[in-house]
Design a protein around this ligand. Structure first.
Ligand SMILES: [Ca+2]
Ligand SMILES: [Ca+2]
Ligand SMILES: [Ca+2]
Length: 245
């Protein structure tokens, strides 16, 4: 099989199985996922990015990067282990404060505790690995915005590039550039995502429902991050079912 054919097959496979492992750990409808302050800064930062242009023309170009993105998450894993000082499997507030201090993270008007609460998405009083990815990506996005007080580095260039890919994927889905993805926008993206395969009309709605964690009818960047992380990690886990050429 040609490399191109193989790649096309992989992409369709990945896109159709992305959501398989997502049904657990739901915590729907309990609270709005972002407090207004962080959400506002996040939406502003996304609009700012959108204004400088959307860098991808198809979702496939991001799906093809899943393996690289997954690899860069290994770096997050070592950071996670480093800052989870007591080895509890979660980063608590004090540990996060230490992490922000090391990374020299300073964000206008938002303190560590607000970030901690925002990213403890299952209200477990601790930041687990996936929540930590969401947190770092958010901190990265806000740190890059024009309003950021200082510049700081969140990780290696490849990790920052991975976060940029996720931002690009979000901006690609957010067709009207308002900082949120609606169901209509998501359906439009996914129904055009599997060329050559039978088009699954329900795929877009399925992807939307698994991404809209609080069921409020819009997907915020934070919700997108969490699900995107799941997609990337689940693809990696599902890879061993047929990797013969
Ligand atoms: Ca948690
Ligand atoms: Ca939108
Ligand atoms: Ca939502």
């Amino acid at each position: 099989m040609s490399l191109f054919g193989w790649l096309g097959g992989q992409i369709s496979k990945i896109i159709s199985k992305m959501g398989e492992k997502l049904s657990k750990n739901r915590n729907r409808g309990r609270q709005r996922l972002l407090s207004s302050k962080i959400e506002q800064q996040m939406v502003d930062a996304l609009k700012e990015r959108a204004a400088s242009g959307v860098h991808i023309k198809a979702l496939n170009s991001i799906v093809m990067k899943f393996p690289i993105i997954e690899k860069s998450f290994h770096e997050v894993r070592s950071m996670f282990t480093k800052y989870d000082k007591d080895g509890s499997g979660a980063i608590e507030l004090e540990e996060l404060a230490h992490c922000f201090k090391d990374l020299k993270v300073e964000l206008t008007g938002i303190d560590v505790e607000e970030f901690y609460k925002e990213c403890d998405m299952d209200s477990s009083k601790g930041i687990d690995f996936k929540e930590f990815i969401v947190l770092l990506a958010l901190v990265y996005l806000l740190g890059k915005s024009e309003k950021a007080a200082t510049t700081y580095k969140i990780g290696s260039p490849s990790l920052e590039a991975a976060f940029d890919h996720i931002v690009d994927a979000f901006l690609f889905c957010d067709k009207d550039g308002d900082g949120y993805v609606t169901k209509k926008e998501m359906v439009e993206v996914f129904n055009g995502s599997s060329p050559g395969r039978h088009s699954d009309k329900k795929l877009g709605s399925k992807r939307f429902e698994e991404t809209d964690w609080d069921n409020d009818g819009t997907v915020t960047f934070k919700e997108f991050l969490l699900t995107f992380t799941d997609w990337v990690l689940s693809v990696e886990q599902g890879e061993d079912d047929d990797d013969d050429e």
